[in-house]
Design a protein around this ligand. Structure first.
Ligand SMILES: [Zn+2]
Length: 109
């Protein structure tokens, strides 16, 4: 059982330890590094006692920028192409509708 659930926003970045920290009731600090967060670790441990906390955070916020862009590479829809074929279809439809009215009925007269 973890001692507590703590959101990453409520933790404090400690430059000296290079880790996010949160005060432990024993007087020391729960610690979790960026590297640990990056790989999905969510347990911050206190080095002085057996307690630990569960860190609540969004793993994507700490994931490598590289792999992130590789994963959700958005597929570009050729919008211009769609608009063009739609316009073309409308033109065809209009041509069909207009055609009977513009036909010359006076051929045999
Ligand atoms: Zn402790």
């Amino acid at each position: 059982m973890s001692y507590d659930d703590v959101e990453i926003e409520d933790m404090e970045w400690n430059e000296e330890l290079k880790a996010f920290t949160y005060p432990c009731p024993c007087g020391d600090l729960f610690q979790i590094t960026k590297e640990e967060l990056k790989i999905g670790e969510e347990i911050a441990r206190c080095p002085s006692c057996s307690l630990y906390i569960t860190v609540i955070y969004n793993m994507e916020d700490f994931a490598d920028q590289k792999s992130k862009t590789n994963i959700d590479q958005p597929k570009q829809q050729p919008v211009a192409e769609i608009v063009w074929s739609l316009a073309e279809a409308l033109g065809l439809l209009q041509g069909i509708l207009v055609a009977p009215w513009s036909m010359d009925h006076g051929l045999g007269a």
